[in-house]
Design a protein around this ligand. Sequence first.
Ligand code: PHE
Length: 338
Amino acid sequence: MKQEIEKIQSDALAAISAAGDEKSLDDARVAFLGKKGQLTVASAGMRDLSKEDKPVVGQLLNVARQAITSAIDEKQAALEAEADKKSVAGIDLTLPARGLPVGGLHPITQVKDSAIQTLRRMGFALAEGPEIETEFHCFDALNTPEDHPARNEKDTFYFDSGKLLRTHTSSVQIRTMEKVTPPVRIIAPGSAYRRDEIDATHLSVFNQLEGLYVDKDVQLGDLKGTLEFFLQSMFGKDTEVRFRPHFFPFTEPSFEIDIKLHAKGQKPKWIEIAGCGMVDPAVFESLCETRGDDVFSPDKVTGFAFGMGIDRLAMIKWGIKDIRLLIENDVRFLKQFA
Ligand code: PHE
């Protein structure tokens, strides 16, 4: 029996070491360790042995099984390593890897981020308000009378509830001043909605950036200086900025701001990018009523506000001729900003 077991073991080890691929290795495993394999059959012979011989032979069988099993494992690992090596043969592993494609920020996000960064450096903190607004915060509190065209259903998206999609971010001025006490120095970037026909310069959803500064003795010079500095840091030191008298219900005096655009191959032209003005005392008065105190009394504070189109800023910065390109998400267009 002993000799028989030793013979099986050495036959098995020979077959394993001769196996050149996984298939013949598996054949060897079945031939020796399988249900009808030689070692399994030999183990069955234990039954006929005497009580004294059983442990001795059992021990031998165990040793043989272990030796064969570990030889199979080793061979298996060796075959796998060899296959790995073959699969990378001829490949230069020292070559730099091919880069994964990385995304980039949308041009609107880029302009918005850099505007926020500049204004925060000037001391403006971020504020926000809801896009679904009440008529009160969008219009009444901003001194906009019932018969103002912006309040027309043709121009604004109303809900059945009477609420509306805010037509400008100026509602955040009111939302902020309802909560805090002066001085106030905030900016509020966000979406605004108008029932505009979509064309090369209009979208029904667009992006604005609102600003508000309220304190003792804030003057028109502060407004001009702040916005000129801001626009020159966005578009370059030599950027020409123009304040054109205008009307907004919630500022007095009011202006539209133009900057001069020098597009390649075109005559320089003025482009409107923002509205601004000194906060109308009527806005402060209504606020005092809502708040039930007089910390924002027009006798105590003055302020300026501005609202600009972020989409416009992006169009000017990169000379984009059609605003619709900004929402189509065509990668061929967006790639150049990544
Ligand atoms: N809300 C105005 C608009 O959307 C812009 C503006 C903001 C004007 C603040 C004056 C002050 O056109």
